[in-house]
Design a protein around this ligand. Sequence first.
Ligand code: MEZ
Length: 533
Amino acid sequence: MYQDQHILDSMRLVEAARAENVKLNPRRMTAEEKEQLLAAFHPDFRQDQFSKLEIGPNAGEKVPHELAALLQGKSRLAGKNVDLSNPDYDVDVLVIGGGGAGASAAVEADEAGAKIMVVTKLRMGDANTMMAEGGIQAADKPNDSPAQHFLDAYGGGHFAAQKDLLYKLVTEAPEAIQWLSNLGVEFDKMPDGTMVTTHGGGTSRKRMHAAKDYSGAEIMRTLRDEVLNRNIPVLDYTAAIELIKDDQGHCAGAVLMNMENGELYVAKAKTVILATGGAGRLHYQGFPTSNHYGATADGLVLAYRAGARLLYPDTLQYHPTGAAFPAQIFGALVTEKVRSLGAMLINAKGEAFMNPLETRDVSAASIIRECSQRGNGVKTPAGEAVWLDTPMIEIKGGEGTIEKRIPAMMRMFGKYGIDIRKEPILIYPTLHYQNGGIKISDDGQSDIENLFVAGEAVGGIHGRNRLMGNSLLDIIVFGRNAGRNAAAKAKSVTVGALNIDHVAEFEAIRQGAKLEDDTVSPKLLPNYTRIKE
Ligand code: MEZ
C-alpha cells in the first residue's frame, strides 16, 4: 500500500494524465539517440565498475570487478589432496546444473542412450528458468519467419551475436515449442487451439508464447517431471567445484562438493555439460536482482580456470522493470509482458517519457536517465523509481485482462495491498541476465574438448543485449543440442588418466601475477549465505 505523501502526490499526477497518456504511442528512438543514451546511462558503460583481467584466456579484457575476483580467484581445492584414482561416479555424460538447460540436455542425452548423471548445488529446478515469466519466442505464425526473428535479435543484440548460434536459435525455435508442448507445457491458447502470442521489446512480430506470467515455472515443472520420470540420477545439493581433465587435456569429469557437509566426490565422465546459469547474485554495481539464489557465475569460473575463453563477459542485462516498491520484493521481476499488454512507463510528473517496447538495454538506460539526470524519478525508501501504469492494461484490453494474462503479477503486488488493476506500480532496473559467457561452437562445445556448455553460461548467442523470451528459447535449443552432441561424442571417447593439473598451473600463474585478491571461487552461494565446508 502506498502511504508516503510524495508517492501519493505523484500517483495522482499519473492518474490525472492517464486518459491522455493511454492514447499515445511515443516514437522509437533513432539509432544515434540510442547509442548516446547507452553510452551515458547504461551500467555496462560505467568504466569505474570494471577491472581488466590479468590472467587466463581473456587477459587484457574488462569484466565487472566482482567477476574478475572470481575468475582470477583461488581454487576451493588449493591445499587439498584429491584422490582421482578411484572415482565415486563413472558416467558417459555428466550434466552440471539442474535448470532448464541442464534438464533439456539430460533428457536428450538419455534419449540417445547415454549413462547420465545430473548434479546441482541446490535442487533440480532451483534456477533462473523457474523465475522467467513473460514467455518464449518462436516464429511459428503465418506472418512471421525465422529470418524475421533473426533480424530482430541480431539488431537488438547490437549486431554482435555469433551468427551461427543465432541462426540455430531461431530456426530450431518452432520445433522447440512443439517439443515442450508435447512434453506437457500448458501454453496459453485460443479456443481453436492456436497459441496466443504477444510482442516483446524489439520484436517486429507477435511471437512470444507464454503460460500466463509463469512461463518459466511451467516449463521447468514439465522438464523436471520428464527428468524424474526417466529415472535420470540427480544429485541435489552437490556443487561442481573444479573440472577434471585427462592426460590428453580433454575434459573428463568434475570434483563435486556436498553442500551440506563439505565432502568431496570425484565424478569421471566421457563428456561434461556445464549448465550452471547466470550471475545476478553477484549484484554487480550494487543492483538488486531478479535472479535465483544460486546465480553466482560458477560455470564461468570452472571453465576459465580450465582454459576456456569467454565471450562478452563485460555485458550484462538490467531488466528495465524490477519492482522498486515495496521493500519486500525489491528487485523482483516485473515481466516485460506487462508492457506488451499495454502498460506505459510514466515519470513522477505523469509524463510518458519513452516507448515502452524499446529493447531492454535502451529502456533501462532511459529509466536511469529519467531518475538521475532529468530529476523525474519518484523518491522511494530504496532510491528512485518511475511508474509502470498497469491500469492502462484494463483500459486497452478490457476488464479482467490482468487477472487472466498476468495473475502472478497481480498476486505479487496484491500481497502488499497494491491492486495493479487500479494502481500503477513503481519500478527500476534490476540485474537480470548475463549476456556474455563461455564461448561455444554450434555443436555446443567450448574451447576444451569434451566440455559442452548450455544456457545462460554460454556467451555470444544474443550478442550484447538479449530480447525478451530468447533465453527460455536458448536453454531449450542449446540444452537439447548439447545433450545430443555430448551423448554422441561420448560413444567415441576413451578417458585417459584423470588429473587436475590445470588447477595448480592456474594457481602458479596467479602467484606469478602477484594478484592481491585472494577470493576463493567458485562462489556457489551469495554473500548473505554461509557454506559449510
Ligand atoms: O526473457 C526474459 O528475460 C523474460 C521472459 C523476462 C520477462 O520480462 O518476463
